[in-house]
Each structure stands twice: as structure tokens, then as C-alpha cells.
Design a protein around this ligand. Structure first.
Ligand SMILES: CC(C)(COP(=O)(O)OP(=O)(O)OC[C@H]1O[C@@H](n2cnc3c(N)ncnc32)[C@H](O)[C@@H]1OP(=O)(O)O)[C@@H](O)C(=O)NCCC(=O)NCCS
Length: 166
């Protein structure tokens, strides 16, 4: 990441009015809905702040699960025979068009993986439901594995991530 961004939990002082990532539902969610979701504890939101407190990117995370039978056999065979596997879902991830291509999307994803891997509450993987093929390619580029029967749902085991990071 080249520019100096600060990552922090979203708070009321952050300027998100001008956020524009090219996908209106993601812009509107940040402007109009995320605060309510945080209050109801259905999502946590972290932002990358540019100089002056402007939001340059954000992501949301929440507890989730995957069915053991949906995982690739090579992953499932290493896990206990519980019906579901605990995960953290990356609900949304977006970078403002003005800050694209500087490593910020990758840095936000790394921050989500770090937070999930450091949590005292166990989760096996960070998972995501990619909004389309371009988004799915972004996650595959970062080592995420697609579910065999549902290629837009991808996951990265947190032990794999922790082994890669110092
Ligand atoms: C996807 C998104 C977050 C990427 O943000 P970004 O800041 O431009 O990406 P980065 O500069 O951090 O890219 C990091 C790496 O991912 C790669 N990458 C970026 N987009 C990619 C894509 N669609 N497919 C494959 N690789 C991609 C970059 O080449 C870079 O590779 P490198 O580290 O090997 O050089 C951004 O394009 C975005 O906000 N898109 C709209 C919303 C969206 O689709 N969100 C994700 C789905 S929920």
C-alpha cells in the first residue's frame, strides 16, 4: 500500500458522504445502512481513512458458517464431522475509485484476515460471497478457494493465512 491510510473501526466522525466505488449499492450501504447494522450487531465495519478523515475504503465482517459437505473434500477431511464449520463472512469490501490500484483493497482484505485470525472466538476461515466474476477473481488472486458447487462463494482457512504472515 503506497499512500498513508489509517485503518480504524467506522465512527460517526468519519466522512463517508462522498464515498464512491462505482457500485451504488455499496456506496449507499456505507452512507445509509451500516450504522444500523453495527448497532444491531449484525456487522462490524472497518474503514481506511485518507488525509482529512475521508473514507477511502471499507469492509464489513460478521460471524457465519459453511456446511461441511459444501467444502472441497481435501479441506473437509481434515475437519471434525460437525455439520457446520464456523467462519467469518466478509460481507462487503469496497475501495473509492479515487484510491484504486494502490494496494488498498489488498490491505483491507489483509486487515480482515488478521482480525479474524487474532480473534479469541474460533473461526476456521474467512469466507465471502463474491458479487460477480471480477470480484471472485480478486479473491482467487489472494489465495481464496471456491466451493466446488458454488464458485462465487470462496474461503481462505485462517491457519493458512496465519502461516503466511509474520
Ligand atoms: C475489488 C477492489 C476492492 C480492489 O481494490 P484495489 O484497491 O483497486 O485493489 P489493490 O490495489 O489492493 O489490488 C491488490 C491486488 O489485487 C489484484 N486485483 C485487483 N482487482 C483484481 C481482480 N478483479 N481480479 C484479480 N486481481 C485483482 C491487483 O492486481 C493487486 O495485485 P498484486 O498485489 O499482485 O499487485 C476494488 O476494485 C473495488 O472496490 N471494486 C468494487 C467493489 C467490489 O467489487 N468489491 C468486492 C466484492 S464484495
Amino acid at each position: 500500500m503506497s499512500a498513508p491510510f489509517r485503518l480504524a473501526p467506522l465512527d460517526a466522525a468519519h466522512d463517508r458522504a462522498a464515498f464512491s466505488c462505482g457500485a451504488e449499492p455499496l456506496d449507499r450501504y456505507l452512507r445509509e445502512q451500516v450504522t444500523q447494522d453495527i448497532r444491531r450487531r449484525v456487522a462490524a465495519c472497518f474503514v481506511a481513512l485518507a488525509d482529512g478523515g475521508r473514507v477511502a475504503g471499507y469492509y464489513t465482517v460478521a460471524a457465519a458458517s459453511l456446511l461441511l459437505t459444501d467444502l472441497p473434500a481435501s479441506t473437509a477431511k481434515k475437519l471434525p464431522r460437525y455439520p457446520t464449520v464456523p467462519t467469518v463472512r466478509l460481507g462487503r469490501l469496497a475501495v473509492d475509485l479515487a484510491f484504486r490500484g494502490q494496494g488498498l483493497g489488498g490491505a483491507l482484505l489483509a486487515d480482515a484476515l488478521d482480525r479474524a485470525a487474532r480473534s479469541e472466538i474460533a473461526a476456521h476461515a474467512l469466507m465471502v460471497d463474491a458479487s460477480g466474476e471480477t470480484a471472485a477473481a480478486f479473491y482467487r488472486h489472494h489465495g481464496f478457494i471456491a466451493l466446488p458447487d458454488s464458485p462465487r462463494t470462496l474461503f481462505l482457512p485462517l491457519a493458512t493465512w496465519a502461516a503466511k504472515t509474520p
